[in-house]
Design a protein around this ligand. Structure first.
Ligand SMILES: [Zn+2]
Length: 101
């Protein structure tokens, strides 16, 4: 025997419905992760699409509001870093080009 989490009456261990308050104990099936909601997919998508992967993060039902904000901030930070690194690399290449000629 165990206690009903809703009315605290004694119920059978295998019960799926409380005979006292008629509440059901069946847990909702976990939201099946779609391929585009997987963190690895988002990570791979970011490497290919960059910041264009952000909508996937925002529409992901598996992410909490907090996680969405953190992941978005990380993506934006990484994007800025990548743009900066690309710019620095271009400048370096230009400098080398100038030195050659
Ligand atoms: Zn109950």
């Amino acid at each position: 025997m165990r206690k009903c989490p809703f009315c605290a009456e004694e119920i059978q261990d295998g019960a799926i419905k409380c005979r006292w308050c008629n509440e059901f104990f069946v847990e909702k099936p976990a939201v099946q992760a779609k391929w585009y909601n997987k963190t690895t997919t988002i990570l791979a998508g970011f490497l290919v699409l960059g910041p264009f992967v952000l909508p996937l993060v925002w529409t992901n039902p598996r992410y909490s509001q907090q996680k969405k904000i953190i992941v978005s901030a990380l993506i934006i930070a990484a994007t800025i870093l990548m743009v900066y690194a690309t710019g620095a690399m271009m400048k370096q290449m230009q400098d080398q080009y100038k030195m050659l000629f």
